[in-house]
Write a protein that binds this ligand. Structure first.
Ligand code: RB5
Length: 153
């Protein structure tokens, strides 16, 4: 990695449905430009698909430890976040503002960033990705709290 590239955690697995395909392509290019190895779980075009298929692909592979972090995108982000959070160990954060993106890392150690392509524009989405990638987890009392809900069935 060259000196001007940010040492973001890598690889990142990314998935979307048809509503967010253009945004997925923009985020992929943005992360690759920063030296991140991006694993593209689809979809690969604008034809209608079922978002749970892609939530399963991304959240399943973060849940089983194949990848440390993932990004999921759909029209609102709602369906993707609901589906992703069914997987053990997944802390998917649906975010549309910078404060929440930062706090989702600092306090919640979110391992999947979810955004709605019909809710926010591309520039804001890229800014949120950058914030989310750069913000560390604070640990401490927040870890205790995460462990509490990790024990839920
Ligand atoms: C697709 O029309 C839309 O329902 C999906 O992208 C997402 O917003 C679901 O939560």
């Amino acid at each position: 990695m060259s000196k001007d590239k940010t040492p973001y955690e890598s690889p990142v697995v990314i998935g979307c449905d048809h509503a967010a395909y253009p945004l997925k392509e923009a985020i992929k290019a943005f992360l690759q430009e920063k030296g991140v190895d991006v694993v593209d779980a689809g979809c690969h075009g604008l034809e209608s698909v079922n978002y749970p298929d892609f939530a399963k692909e991304v959240a399943g592979k973060v849940s089983d430890g194949t990848y440390p972090r993932g990004i999921l995108l759909c029209g609102t982000g709602l369906g993707m976040s609901m589906a992703a959070n069914r997987f053990k160990g997944i802390r998917a954060a649906l975010v549309s503002d910078g404060f929440s993106a930062r706090m989702s890392r600092m306090h919640n150690d979110s391992n999947i960033l979810v955004m709605g392509a019909r809710v926010i524009g591309e520039s804001l989405a890229l800014d949120l990705v950058q914030t989310w990638m750069e913000t560390p987890f604070e640990g401490g009392r927040h870890l205790d709290r995460l462990q509490m809900f990790d024990s839920f069935k």
